[in-house]
Design a binder for this molecule. Structure first.
Ligand SMILES: C[S@@+](CC[C@H](N)C(=O)[O-])C[C@H]1O[C@@H](n2cnc3c(N)ncnc32)[C@H](O)[C@@H]1O
Length: 288
């Protein structure tokens, strides 16, 4: 690892762009606050401390602990002034138990489970172990909150690019996507051309085509590891009772997509405009 690179290989400029992205999405991350149970709260993969600050503002009486395995991210998170001075950060690996059994009131995984998967050979076992450890570290009645990408159910998406830059990025994505080479075919519509590709791959493209600074890292990551149903299944299998599960497309992304790409389904041979895939899942569950 070179000095100016973090554990994943972000350059100094890349790290700054990564942190700015995290901070800009604070209003989106605020949506998980209603599901938090106060007391001892852990955020695993806390990054620059965006969620830690939201927790500090909303739960002034709680003790809040952020864990991250990146010393660079932790140095940013630890230099932050939190509203109520009730935040600590520690170096640690999310896939290992960081707290004793039945000690936590809430454990949060915000935009980290897909990284655990992507940087551990695309093995779901690492996510399953992490969620099972979370169950054991929670007190009875304690809560797990997951906010992450969500994989669409099966099917084919038909994409029509609105500018050459987005089209070029798609061909690059199809070659460079970390988990697999993306297969697609060109189809001729009445007056133009579109790309037929699996919906799940279309979602992965849409989640990352606009990255420039950190493209080489983002293209390695699979953002939608599980469908909503699969996430629910995983959580229930660990023994949790789901109290909220929902997915949606972030407005900021929808606005971007509308400038760059149209999406269709094919019904009886006709290309019909369709919604873009959801970007984000929020799932909250309680230990019985
Ligand atoms: C996309 S950032 C999200 C940061 C924060 N949760 C937020 O939403 O603003 C993901 C963070 O997870 C950390 N991370 C990834 N894999 C990890 C692991 N195995 N253990 C601990 N932290 C990890 C990364 O270093 C990074 O800071």
């Amino acid at each position: 690892m070179r000095n100016n690179l973090d554990k994943n290989g972000h350059s100094r400029e890349g790290l700054n762009a990564y942190i700015t992205g995290m901070e800009n999405s604070a209003p989106e991350k605020k949506k998980i606050m209603p599901y938090v149970k106060e007391g001892l709260i852990a955020e695993i993969g806390c990054g620059a401390g965006t969620v830690l600050e939201l927790l500090s503002q909303n739960f002034p009486e709680s003790r809040i602990i952020g864990i991250d395995d990146s010393p660079q991210m932790l140095s940013v998170a630890s230099s932050k002034r939190y509203s109520n001075g009730n935040v600590e950060v520690r170096l640690g690996d999310a896939t290992e138990k960081q707290f004793s059994d039945e000690s936590l009131d809430t454990i949060i995984f915000c935009s980290v489970l897909h990284e655990i998967f992507s940087y551990n050979s695309y093995e779901k076992d690492f996510i399953e172990k992490t969620v099972m450890n979370a169950y054991e570290m929670l007190k009875p009645g304690g809560r797990i909150i997951i906010r992450d990408g969500v994989r669409p159910e099966g099917g084919t998406a038909y994409l029509r690019f609105k500018n050459p830059e987005t089209e070029r990025k798609f061909y690059r994505f199809s070659e460079e996507f970390g988990p697999h080479k993306v297969r697609y075919r060109k189809e001729h519509t009445e007056n133009s051309e579109c790309i037929a590709v699996k919906k799940a791959d279309a979602m992965e493209f849409l989640s990352k085509y606009f990255y420039n600074e950190n493209w080489n890292l983002e293209v390695r990551e699979q953002f939608g590891v599980y469908t909503k149903k699969e996430y629910e299944h995983l959580i229930k299998n660990c023994g949790f009772k789901i109290i909220y599960s929902g997915s949606y497309l972030i407005d900021f992304l929808r606005n971007k997509y509308q400038n760059d790409v149209e999406m269709f389904e094919k019904k009886d041979g006709i290309y019909v405009p369709t919604n873009y895939p959801d970007s984000t899942l929020i799932l909250a569950a309680e230990k019985g």
